[in-house]
Design a binder for this molecule. Structure first.
Ligand code: NAP
Length: 328
């Protein structure tokens, strides 16, 4: 099969190769998916660059993708052959992920793909939507609540806005440019604030009041602002931080609010939370159709042969939307 792979960590142009690899065969409880699209998420490029040591014998990167099941292993219903699916967590704890024509993985990681979505869209459902879902709903429904999505034009943030609106919340989002503001508004944000040029606390309070849930892309930088906006009993669910600065807890300012400071890591979130995310994402996809959604912004589509360019596009830091590999 055609695949992209690396044996050692390093820059994409130096370590990422594209060529022929052996076709995998599904083991017990596994399905084999003939992939047609794979997402390239920040986590995939960070792992290649060095955040995770490669699993021997080599790594085919990519957590998320979409295609159809073409073979099943023992104990899997043969009726699944031919099913259109989206996949998640494909390269977590395993060497071979989604940047290939075939991947074998536990059947629970291959989820039926709605007919209304194409494969590129299906490849966007894993990391971004499941992370957004966990941040929003780990502490209960958001109907009638005020949600702040920092980085509302990011891939996770964009889906968090859409899921929060679908679930009945009022949503404020922060962005850093007019183009990103338009992107966040298109996702449904009720108020959008440029966090580099405006006073986020003042503008969000004036528009919708205090915040019950924060979906946080940069805990270290934004914690003081989020803590100030948080209502008593509120939740800050952080899925990333830039590391500049290291998050410092405004302990006294937060204490009296009885808040929850939640960290979200999509790969290891509880199985029950994964099942709930999958069910809700399916409902969101079905129910958003009547209002023209959901929106999947694609920043770039690259043929699998150009996997190096796709990794570089993610690393550029300038993209708006998801980078996807089209798999021949
Ligand atoms: N924990 C998990 O399970 C998990 C899951 C998914 C993603 N992640 C991580 O989350 C990060 C974002 O992923 P993504 O796919 O959404 O990336 P993305 O599409 O590049 O979006 C990141 C967004 O964050 C914005 N941003 C950066 N610093 C900000 C700040 N201080 N305040 C507000 N917005 C800020 C960026 O825009 P500006 O810089 O222009 O503001 C950009 O729009 C990555 O580091 C990724 O590895 C973690």
């Amino acid at each position: 099969m055609l695949a992209a792979w690396y044996e050692t960590n390093g820059p994409a142009a130096e370590v990422l190769q594209v060529g022929q690899r052996p076709d995998p065969e599904p083991g017990p409880h596994e399905v084999r998916v003939r992939l047609r699209a794979a997402a390239v998420n920040p986590s995939d490029v960070k792992a290649r660059a060095g955040s995770r040591k490669p699993i021997p014998p080599y790594v085919i990167p990519g957590s998320d993708g979409a295609g159809h099941i073409d073979r099943v292993g023992a104990y899997v219903d043969p009726g699944r052959v031919g099913e259109r699916v989206w996949i998640y967590n494909a390269q977590w704890g395993r060497p071979f992920g989604a940047s290939a024509q075939f991947v074998c993985l536990p059947e629970a990681l291959a989820v039926p793909l709605a007919e209304s979505l194409d494969f590129a869209q299906g490849a966007c459902l894993g990391i971004p939507c499941m992370t957004a879902h966990r941040c929003l709903f780990a502490d209960g429904p958001v109907e009638g609540l005020n949600v702040l999505v920092t980085g509302g034009a990011g891939v996770v943030g964009h889906h968090a806005i859409q899921l929060a609106k679908w679930a009945g919340a009022r949503v404020a989002a922060t962005v850093s440019s007019p183009e990103k503001a338009a992107h966040a508004r298109a996702a449904g944000a009720d108020v959008v604030v440029d966090y580099r040029r405006s006073d986020v606390v003042r503008d969000v309070r004036a528009a919708i009041g205090g915040i019950d849930r924060v979906v946080e892309v940069d805990l270290g930088v934004n914690l003081p602002v989020s803590a100030e906006l948080l209502r008593p009993g509120g939740v800050i669910a952080a899925y990333a931080t830039t590391g500049k600065p290291v998050p410092e807890l405004p302990y006294a300012a937060m204490l009296w609010k009885n808040p929850v400071l939640r960290q979200v890591f999509v790969y290891t979130m509880p199985d029950a939370a994964k099942r709930q995310a999958i069910a809700d994402i399916g409902r969101w996809v079905r129910e958003s159709r009547s209002s023209g959604g959901p929106i999947f912004a694609l920043a770039g589509r690259f043929p699998l042969e150009h996997a190096v360019d796709a990794h570089r596009a993610v690393e550029s830091g300038t993209k708006i939307g998801q980078v996807v590999l089209d798999i021949p």
